[in-house]
Design a protein around this ligand. Sequence first.
Ligand code: GLN
Length: 384
Amino acid sequence: MPVTRLQGIGPTIFSTMSALAARTGSVNLGQGFPDADGPASLIEAAQRALAEGANQYAPGIGVPPLREAIARHQQRHYGIELDPERQVCVTAGCTEAVAGALLGLVEPGDEVVVLEPYYDSYVAVLQMAGAVRRPVTLRAPGYRLDPDELRAAVTDRTRFVLLNSPHNPTGTVLTDAELQAVADVAIEHDLVVITDEVYEHLVFDAHEHRPISTLEGMAERTLTLSSAGKSYSVTGWKIGWATGPAHLVAAVLDAKQWLSFSNGTPLQHAVAHALDHEPDWPRELARSLQGRRDLLCSGLDDLGLSPRVPEGTYFAMTDVAHLGWEDGLEFCEALPARAGVVAIPAQGFHDSDAGRHLVRWAFCKEPDVVEDGLRRLREAVLEK
Ligand code: GLN
């Protein structure tokens, strides 16, 4: 039996489903990691850093070249000015940035408004922090943020909004109007916004990602989290960061120094190199992902599994109820035997039952892998 603060929190569904894929030889359209590496110059920069002796602890806050490169990245893409000494902290992936932010800022009993469906680590760390979660649901089929529901979720005990855009798992990229609604509520109720923007560069068609910190009155109350994992296809490197006002960044450092302390010194140097020398690589990745999104979505469409065509991220959501599956978890558990494919049930990302029959499919895999998954699905009986 785990300690109270971990009770009710099972193993992460991503590990469970990847293990299921490996065990059954299934095509893994579940956990969101690409099966092709990031840019060669990034890998070479890591090899150089290893050979040149960058192999001891980095400072807890991150190596200076990476903090400086992150500040330049925020300036180049969004016009955000940051002091790399005080307003940037490097973390072990965005997951540790989320943990550091919540453990470093949230008092037991504080209410945190969070978009539902939510990434599973948010729930775990909110519970460890003793926070009370106040979900606001992005509902199928459009998955838009309803400003009235947002307002209704805020009480006088609410102190934070935990935002995620581009949004995993729905693929929603919050519009300017939706971001403004969040900003209005945050300013009116004096809330801090913690925003996970790991898919910042992975947006499609005419959709644009706008950091909420760039809205009027938000820079001083927004802690922005991101990482190199998704932007540069190195999810295993676990190099993430938190940026924003010095007092919020300091709180992340206060907590994270007791978690990982620091991580991946040579990889930090390599990511610094990529941020400066491969600034367009993530957008190229987005272009290629868009093709794979279309491939997956049209394939799912042909199968009668009409997906929500995502505006960003790696993921497409489908509703499996009309195939007779009231329960997406049951569908996903049956899928390896029926089709040799793994997907992620979305119900675990909800407090409400809004996600009961929703299933997430990842398209960050090579086109032939996506094709293989679709071929297997076409040959299988998907009706319950
Ligand atoms: N972000 C990845 C996803 O949503 C999973 C990362 C993880 O397994 N921790 O699939």
